[in-house]
Write a protein that binds this ligand. Structure first.
Ligand code: NDP
Length: 334
C-alpha cells in the first residue's frame, strides 16, 4: 500500500482490517467510513490513531463486531435502538431512514441508542443530516474519566456533543467538542513524551490539581471545560445519552473485566429538527446574516471550516499517511 492513499482506498483498507478482526462487513463499512472521514478531515485524534483501540476491544470480547442493531419505534417522534453491544455507527445507520422520515413528517424526531460503543468523532454522525436540510444535535457518554466540578474523583465521561445546521449553497456549520478541558488522548500523548498537561486540566488521585499526566492516568481525573458550566453540560449528556436511552452511565463502566478493551459501552442521543417547518422563520436567510455579522466582527472562521479545508485537499491530493499510521495499517492487515 502506498503512503499516499485516496479516501476510498483508505476506507476500504480500514473496512478490510475490521472484517479481518471479526466484524460483519456491513458494520465494518459503517465504522471504517467514520475512521477514514476523520483522517480525511484532519480530525487525526479520532482517525487511524484509534484503530488499534478498536481492534483491541474486539479481541478482548468487550464489543460485538457482528451485533445486529434492533430499531424500535417508541413513540411518534422517538426511536429507541438497541445497538446490542456493537459499534454505534451501524446502529445509527440502521435507524437513519426512520429518523429522517419522522423528522420530515413531524418537524422533529429523536433517536435514543443504547449499549453502543462510540470511539469516534461525532461530526460524521450528524453532518450528513444537516447536508439534507436538518438541524441536528447529538451527544454521547462514555467511560468515566472526568470529575464533576468541585468533585475529587472521576464520575463522568469526557462526554462530547455536536451540533450541525444546514446552509444554502454551502456545507453545514458544524461544531463537535468534548466536555473536558483536554481529551484523554492528549494526556496519553503528554505522558508518552514526558510533557506536562495544561494547568486546570487534570486532578490527581486525591482530587488535587496536577499538571503531571501520569497522575491523571494513575487514578486521577480530567476536569470539565468552563468549570461548573461545562460540568453541567456533561451531566446533561450523561442523563440524556446514559439514562434516557437505557444505556450505561460512564461511572458504571465494566470494561476493566476485558483486558485490552478501549471502547466505551454507553449511549447516544440524536435529535433532528426540520427548520423549514417553522412558518415565517426565514431560517436560511437569517443564519447567513448572523454569519456575516460574525465575520464583520473580525472572526476569521466558523467551526468546521478547518475540516472542510483538509477535506478539499485530501479529496484532491489524497491522504498522506504518517509512518506510524502506515505501520499500523500493515500490522493490522497482516
Ligand atoms: P476541539 O477543541 O479541537 O474543537 C472543538 C470544536 O471547535 C470543533 O468543532 C472545531 O472546529 C471548533 N473550533 C476549534 N477552534 C476554533 C476556532 N478558532 N474558531 C471556530 N471554531 C473552532 O475538540 P475537542 O478536543 O473538544 O474534541 C475533539 C474530538 O473528540 C471531537 O470530534 C469529539 O467528538 C471527540 N470525542 C469523542 C469522544 C467519544 O467518546 N466518542 C469522547 C470525547 C471526544 P474544527 O474541526 O473546524 O477545528
Amino acid at each position: 500500500m502506498p503512503q499516499v492513499v485516496s479516501v476510498s482506498e483508505l476506507t476500504e483498507t480500514v473496512a478490510r482490517i475490521f472484517v479481518r478482526h471479526g466484524v460483519h462487513p456491513d458494520n465494518a463499512a459503517a465504522v471504517a467510513a467514520t475512521v477514514a472521514a476523520a483522517e480525511r478531515d484532519g480530525s487525526t485524534s479520532h482517525g487511524l490513531l484509534r484503530l488499534p483501540g478498536y481492534v483491541a476491544s474486539l479481541q478482548s470480547g468487550w464489543v460485538d463486531g457482528r451485533a445486529v442493531p434492533v430499531v424500535a419505534e417508541a413513540a411518534p417522534g422517538l426511536i429507541a435502538t438497541d445497538a446490542a453491544n456493537g459499534f454505534a455507527q451501524p446502529a445509527l445507520h440502521a435507524s437513519g431512514p426512520l429518523l429522517r422520515d419522522k423528522a420530515r413528517g413531524q418537524g422533529i424526531a429523536a433517536l435514543a441508542i443504547r449499549d453502543s460503543h462510540h470511539f469516534a468523532a461525532l461530526w460524521p454522525d450528524i453532518e450528513p443530516f444537516a447536508a439534507e436540510g436538518f438541524i441536528a444535535l447529538t451527544m454521547v457518554n462514555g467511560r468515566r474519566r472526568m470529575a464533576v466540578w468541585d468533585g475529587k474523583q472521576k464520575i463522568l465521561g469526557t462526554n462530547p456533543m455536536a451540533f450541525a445546521c444546514p446552509r444554502v449553497g454551502r456545507p453545514p456549520l458544524v461544531w463537535d467538542q468534548a466536555s473536558s478541558v483536554i481529551a484523554q488522548g492528549e494526556v496519553l500523548l503528554a505522558a508518552e513524551r514526558g510533557l506536562a498537561i495544561p494547568q486546570g486540566a487534570g486532578l490527581d488521585a486525591e482530587g488535587k490539581p496536577t499538571i503531571d499526566p501520569r497522575a491523571v492516568l494513575d487514578g486521577g481525573s480530567l476536569v470539565p471545560f468552563g468549570s461548573h458550566k461545562g460540568s453541567s453540560i456533561a451531566l446533561m449528556i450523561e442523563i440524556l445519552a446514559g439514562a434516557l436511552t437505557g444505556g450505561c452511565f460512564s461511572f458504571e463502566d465494566r470494561s476493566a473485566a476485558y483486558p485490552g478493551a478501549q471502547t466505551p459501552k454507553a449511549g447516544q442521543l440524536v435529535i433532528l429538527i426540520d427548520p423549514a417547518r417553522v412558518p415565517g422563520n426565514r431560517y436560511f436567510e437569517r443564519i447567513e446574516s448572523l454569519f456575516a455579522a460574525i465575520a464583520e466582527s473580525g472572526v476569521e472562521r466558523l467551526p468546521a471550516e478547518r475540516r472542510y479545508g483538509h477535506r478539499e485537499r485530501a479529496l484532491r491530493d489524497g491522504i498522506k499517511l504518517s509512518d506510524r499510521n502506515w505501520a499500523t495499517l500493515q500490522r493490522l492487515l497482516a
